[in-house]
Design a protein around this ligand. Structure first.
Ligand code: BMA
Length: 365
């Protein structure tokens, strides 16, 4: 199995206990593939009590700008880029030049290279179209996964789509021509009902088959720069977690996506959810020798001015997460109010600076 090196690294590190690494630590194994090297890095960050701070589409656009060379709302406020940048492959499946949020794929590849060169990490999500109707990820009509086994044409399309995603990722290379490792987080939030691969439109077996299909295509393409991340939405019990867990051979990192809704009123609920869901993730990660992360979060509009230091930081500090990623700062002309990091002049700016200065979250120059 292509991922054995990563799994071995994870197990070895976990069995070493916190802090110290034993003789024959995974430095040599970690160099075996770009993915294994990234897994080892994420693991050592989590063990050190730090986490990469992540932001989706960070350098593509911000609330008040688009495609400036080179700008970031995170850097405008803190002086540094986020330690992790997330990018989305939605529409790569149709060979489009731009993704679902109109970010050119050539731009994404270039930014991934820059982020890697500055010592940061990249993660990739994917919101592909509905393989049956051609609608977007949120179009659940047709429940394509129920039909896949009996529909050769649709299965071939899906395989071609996955192949395009695999080739894009396999083509990510640094100046030396080496593959750049990324965290890849396909088929996310499957416990929710809003995506066509979600719980209302796929049986657990169909969902797990989708993962296996994805992995086998990436393996066929010889992709060795992916840390595989599984990130359901509502996992507050071991049973729910296990229901659609693709299996230890297919996953390197497990996480959960949890957003804060309803501002101050929703604060307690968010804190409770983080605690209950990340506790399940932590227990499973420990038992299985996997990395863990808080794969998506955020409070839209950052309407609680001390959200970063008084809500997010205490919540994640309880867990050995390798990273926490907040969603994008959509440009105000595209989707007003849809942003998760304070920009310059925003009421939460000072608090975000304090979150940065606190030192637990990793940013990069
Ligand atoms: C969602 C929103 C959408 C966007 C999608 C993919 O959460 O931000 O506007 O198209 O993610 O980035």
């Amino acid at each position: 199995m292509r991922n054995q090196a990563i799994i071995a690294v994870g197990l070895l590190l976990v069995s070493c206990g916190s802090g110290k690494r034993s003789e024959g630590s995974p430095t040599t194994d970690a160099a075996a593939t770009p993915a294994a090297a990234l897994a080892a890095r994420l693991d050592s960050v989590a063990r050190s009590g730090h986490f990469y701070f992540g932001h989706h589409d960070d350098t593509a656009y911000g609330v008040e700008w688009k495609y400036e060379d080179v700008r970031s709302d995170v850097r405008d406020v803190t002086g540094e880029y986020p330690g992790l940048m997330n990018w989305d492959l939605g529409l790569i499946e149709l060979d489009s030049a731009r993704n679902l949020d109109k970010v050119p794929f050539s731009f994404i590849a270039g930014e991934i290279r820059k982020q890697d060169a500055r010592g940061g990490v990249n993660a990739i999500s994917w919101h592909p179209r509905n393989v049956m109707t051609g609608g977007d990820s949120w179009d659940t009509t047709g429940s394509p996964l129920h039909e896949l086994a009996g529909n050769r044409e649709m299965a071939d399309s899906l395989d071609a789509w996955i192949t395009r995603a695999a080739r894009f990722i396999g083509d990510l290379r640094n100046e030396e021509g080496e593959r750049i490792p990324v965290v890849f987080r396909p088929w996310h939030e499957n416990n929710g009902t809003w995506f066509w691969w979600g719980s209302a439109n796929a049986t657990p077996e169909e969902y797990i088959d989708l993962w296996k299909r994805t992995r086998s295509i990436f393996d066929r393409e010889g992709i060795d720069n992916v840390v595989w991340a599984y990130s359901p939405d509502r996992v507050d019990s071991k049973e729910k977690f296990l229901l659609t867990y693709p299996g230890d051979d297919y996953v390197d990192l497990i996480g959960s996506d949890i957003y804060h809704f309803n501002g101050e009123e929703g604060r307690e609920e968010f804190e409770k959810q983080v605690r209950s869901q990340l506790s399940v993730v932590e227990a499973e990660a420990k038992e299985r020798g996997k990395l863990m992360a808080f794969t998506e979060s955020g409070l839209e509009g950052v309407t609680i001015p001390d959200w970063y230091t008084n809500v997010l930081l205490p919540a994640v500090s309880e867990f050995p997460v390798a990273y926490v990623c907040v969603w994008r700062n959509a440009n105000k002309e595209e989707k007003a109010g849809h942003y998760y990091v304070p920009y310059k002049g925003h009421p939460a700016e000072e608090d975000f600076k304090a979150f940065h200065a606190n030192g637990k979250a990793i940013f990069v120059k």
